[in-house]
Write a protein that binds this ligand. Sequence first.
Ligand code: 26W
Length: 808
Amino acid sequence: MTYVTPHPSNTPGDFGRDLLSNLYYQRGTTLESASAQDAYHSLALTVRDRLVDRYIRTAAAHYQANPRFIYYLSAEYMLGKQLDQNLLYSGTADCARSALAGLGLSPAELDALDVEPGLGNGGLGRLAACLLDAMATLDIPAVGYGIRYDFGIFKQAFEDGAQVERPDDWTFYGNPWEFHASDDQQTVGFYGHTEPLDGVRKSWVPGEIVMGEPSHMLVPGYATSTVNIIRLWRARASRESFDLSRFGAGQYGEAVEEIVRSENISKVLYPDDSTELGRELRLKQQHFLVTCALRDIVRRFRLRNSDWDDFAGKVVIQLNDTHPVMAIAELMRMLVDEEGLEWDHAWSITRRVFAYTCHTLLPEALETWPVRLVQRLLPRHMEIIFLINHLFLREVSARYPGDDGKLRELSIIAEGDEQRVRMAHLAVVGSSAVNGVAELHSRLLAATTLHGFAELWPGRFHNVTNGVSPRRFVRLANPRLSELITERLGDDRWLSDLDRLGGLESAADDPEFQERWRQVKRLNRQDLADQALATTGVALDPDALCDVMIKRFHEYKRQLLRVLHVVVMHHRIRRGEVADVVPRSIVFGGKAAPGYYAAKRIMQLANTVAGMVNEDPAVSPYLKMIFLPDYNVSRAQLIIPAADLSEQISLAGKEASGTSNMKLALNGALTIGTLDGANVEIRDRVGAENFFLFGLDTAEVAAVREKGYRSRDFYERDEELREVVDTVARLEPQIADDLLNHDEYLTLADFRAYVDCQDRVARAWRDTAGWTRASILNTARSGFFSSDRTVRDYCRDIWHVTPVPVGE
Ligand code: 26W
């Protein structure tokens, strides 16, 4: 059977005609009476239509090949705007532009209506999106599974310098990018009790049932026919939930109680970054995602297969941190209780299917759940976890006879006032591969957090250094630089083969190329300045060094250290000590978890200091500081291309990888940073002479703590530091007090090295040609940080999958 328009044609005429047709048949209106939303939705549908054919062909090729699939399970995705992406990937950007012009529609106005789905908190969610992008680009059969939160990450605003959070009702006007698939609904159980069957088998009788309804969005590959999908689940009450009799009796609230309770499961993304938050609803979300995803995976498996012994050959489930780790218990439950497999057989399948990525080293971010809670919410899963643990600890005893300390250390159950399930331990025990996200991080994981496991199963531990999508963060974010690179390299193959950027090395000393490189940066800084003026009222100088720190607010990331240096510059300029000062625009972006008061105080301080700097006529010619509210993927696309200096100043040993460091280096920013996370690998690649290194390394941090760290000693010995902390004491007394009495992240210990390093930055900036050279080399040598390379590493070391090309 052939279908109507398998290849919608890409001429402006046809594109315009299809847009009008979507306006007419999908929105029921005409160009004359179309609202802005009508026009936007029709545009989106017209672009989407151009990817559907590729998606259908991908599905057919996958059905045909019956390949091994990667199922990426993640509680978070930060996809970024879809319109710019899908215009690029469908190759219709130019014809859409002319078509819109012909219809009298403004591309910029329509793009402004495209809402980014903010279904994640930060790096972990954006990484998931970059990996999906790379998997599609590399023709890897993959599906991403997640939750379709009604409300994504909160919108951030500032009131008197303090963060206020507003709801992100991202689907308020509908989402033109998704396809609903109500026929693929799944049922998810909660609570209830278990009843014995034969042997270890039990039957779970849930006390509550919720429906999971999927919708999917297209994940196109770049310069290939593959279009994968991301499947997001929304919780719905079963059909009988509406209590008509109560409604009839006027009890309107009670009538919908069950519906509300069910639908609350996917109501909102937890806005917490790296703090364990043991809320029952969060555990419900995790179980909801895992159950829907597994049932869907099994449904897809059964389309072409029937034997469970083939399952581990056809299915890889990648667990994005511990949030989806309950899948290990759920798969065991399905195989043993529902499918009647022997325990050992089921365990051997389960163990082979799962792989686990850890994204943190912070002890407070390692998820644990109270046994009592799991027992109540998921009684059968708790029994299964106890059994997994029992068998595992037998293995540990055999290896370390009589060593009770080992058992306590490795057990999935933490003993204490209340027993808790350690999700990271369950993940390691139930997976065939475990990986960290940068070399240093993977090494520290195996040496500290998961040391006992690395000793037990050294072969299970891997490193896969993170990467970022060059399509999203160079081509879409920085069209000017992309054009210059393409011109120099002769074609745009670098976009799917990022090592080709190496070809720019020969241009690093070419004065003419340097001049054009600087022109691009300047225009990008001008764009940022225009936006900044519109949103904050502060006028940035487009010629000033653009000094950027964009990431979630967290004490370990040390935004505070950045602010202290701004205060140093402020003091120096006021005193007329401007020898080591170059004009700078300090740019901040990032959100803090709503309940993270220490981070919010630092934010408040940053805003106060910004005001102090910008309003001081003696200082503002040299220094401007803005805090762009509501940092998200779109804002990142605006800021990153303008950046000259990338602030990556976390306390060594705390940042697992970082990914803004990669995005900024790729766009020609030089890094000022510590030896932490992926900074180490960035420096190795771009060259130590093109990277501003400062501060304690992990061994020195340990040594300082060992000796008994007293931050006050640093305060007393360093006059400039004293002056800065005294200023902070006037603005935010609590922060100064914390710095002097419990400086947990060694801010004062690294202060002098940081400030001196910033002076080196200023001197380097004055050497225009030298700086430009280093900037070009940062781009030329950052090809390694493409998420395509990351996915290739996963394929080689962990997934053992090969591409399935999709024919024309
Ligand atoms: C249980 C609460 C919770 C929530 C989120 C715990 C932990 C997290 C994440 C692990 C936090 C996160 O986003 N980690 C970041 O992951 C990025 C992608 O690998 C890394 O680049 C960052 O360094 C890491 O902080």
